[in-house]
Design a protein around this ligand. Structure first.
Ligand code: PHE
Ligand code: NA
Length: 457
């Protein structure tokens, strides 16, 4: 048996810190911004049901597989895959999954940072008292004004990337770990507070009805693909973020138990976000199908109207920014770890180079919302929309599919079993192995084939 490696970047101080960090990666704009608007656009709870099925049958098993590769390899995803493949006596070409992840990470962070920038802008707007008595027209124009202004979009995108650079440059222990221990508990407190508030609003009943009446008529192959893409996106799966965090997980901590917590908390947060946001949407008489502007347009109206609203507004946008930052860090980390490993140079330098490249790409995404709005990459999709679509609906599920295949079919079963430390839960291990080998890949392929129209159901 090969000896256990240790991470060259440092390790989390405990398994609990890993859970916190990976939950920080998972919980983000995906939960608080993307999930609510996708639910609103795609049939309410019908979408939620598909999404939950994807989380359970595809997301959780693949997360276990991804962390397993990371902890076995103890390096950046590219090198972890290479080392594990070498140890297992299989082709080191499998490290190409890691490269695909790097591309996905670049693409995701480029539009993520633009939206992260919006949350920073809204935080300052809230602090300035800008929501006070705001009408729904004024709220719409605030958002449209922001998005239409190349200057503001670029400035806030830049601020967001600089914050990420600062944290990631500081390293695993002094940077990432310190940031999540401070920020994650705050985030949960804030969200629960907002849900409790939502329960007191008059739109609460209508929101419950909306969430409890699934509209299956809107479900087609493309909605299936969106639910799958969202499952990968929200769990940070398929591009190496969770893998690299797994590389810093101490050997004695259980992978299945930790991932169970991470998936549970992420799902809870998404559902809580829905519970917090839809009552407000209905209270102000907005359409749930509003799209990407959903949280940015609707929430300020309420915050401007209700007692303590200005305070709640600050709280919510701080929450959104915090969640975006702890996720953004993990999008940056795989490539920064890789560059640091390959150059043997300083982490600060690697972080600066990568953050700059992503900043450039992000600038293109940001400008595609205004001066370049006529430019399309995919048919009828702006740069921003194309980048979002390709990365989350194609690259992440594809990366996850390969990871499941690698762990389920290529690695020796006893290597995997020993990393997962499953002596006392043999049947659970077999169940996971079966799902990882057959169910998860089949589900991803099925959804892919359907969405491309190669297979219709
Ligand atoms: N999971 C994050 C969110 O929901 C986004 C993310 C995707 C982070 C992929 C890392 C990797 O906001
Ligand atoms: Na998430």
């Amino acid at each position: 048996m090969t000896e256990k490696r240790s991470s060259v970047h440092g390790e989390w101080s405990s398994g609990l810190i890993f859970i916190l960090a990976a939950t920080g990666s998972a919980v983000g704009l995906g939960n608080l911004w993307r999930f609510p608007y996708l639910v609103g656009e795609n049939g309410g709870s019908a979408f939620i049901i598909l999404y939950l099925a994807c989380i359970l049958l595809v997301g959780l098993p693949i997360m276990i597989a991804e962390v397993t590769i990371g902890r076995k390899g103890r390096r950046s995803p590219i090198n972890s895959l290479r080392l594990v493949a070498r140890d297992e006596g299989i082709s080191q070409k499998w490290s190409l999954i890691g490269w695909m992840g790097v591309i996905a990470g670049f693409l995701i962070l480029s539009f993520y940072s633009v939206v992260g920038g919006w949350s920073l802008f809204y935080t300052f707007e809230a602090l300035k008292g800008g929501f006070s008595g705001i009408s729904s027209d004024a709220a719409s124009s605030l958002f449209e004004g922001l998005v239409a202004s190349p200057g503001s979009v670029l400035v806030w995108h830049t601020v967001f990337m600089v914050i990420l650079f600062g944290i990631v440059a500081a390293g695993v222990k002094r940077g990432l770990q310190r940031a999540v221990t401070l920020l994650m508990p705050l985030l949960f407190l804030l969200l629960v507070g907002l849900v409790l508030y939502g329960m007191t609003t008059e739109g609460f009943g209508e929101a419950m009805t909306f969430l409890a009446t699934p509209d299956f008529s809107v479900i087609d192959a493309s909605v299936f693909l969106k639910a799958l893409g969202q499952a990968f996106f929200t769990l940070s799966l398929g591009m190496g973020a969770i893998m690299v965090y797994g590389a810093y997980l101490p050997q004695e901590n259980s992978i299945p138990v930790s991932t169970g917590w991470i998936v549970g908390m992420d799902t809870l947060t998404a559902l809580l976000a829905g519970l917090a946001i839809f009552p407000i949407v209905f209270t102000v008489g907005m359409e749930p199908g509003e799209g990407p502007g959903l949280v940015f347009v609707t929430l300020p109206i309420v915050f401007g109207e209700i007692p303590l609203g200005l305070l709640l507004g600050i709280v919510f946008f701080v929450l959104l920014s915090v969640a975006a930052i702890t996720s953004g860090m993990s999008l940056l980390e795989p490539s920064v770890a890789y560059l640091t490993e390959s150059t043997g140079g300083s982490r600060v330098k690697s972080a600066a180079i990568i953050a700059f490249l992503i900043w450039l790409l992000g600038a293109a995404c940001g400008l595609s919302l205004n001066i370049w709005s006529g430019v399309t990459l995919l048919p009828e999709k702006s740069i921003f929309d194309s980048v979002e679509y390709v990365s989350s609906n194609i690259l992440l599920p594809l990366g996850g599919l390969f990871m499941a295949f690698f762990v389920g079919w290529m690695m020796r079963t006893h290597t995997v079993a020993s990393e997962l430390d499953t002596h006392h839960h043999h049947n659970l291990f077999l169940l996971w192995l079966y799902v990882t080998r057959f169910v998860a890949p089949a589900a991803v392929l099925f959804i892919f084939l359907n969405a491309t129209g190669l297979l219709a159901f």
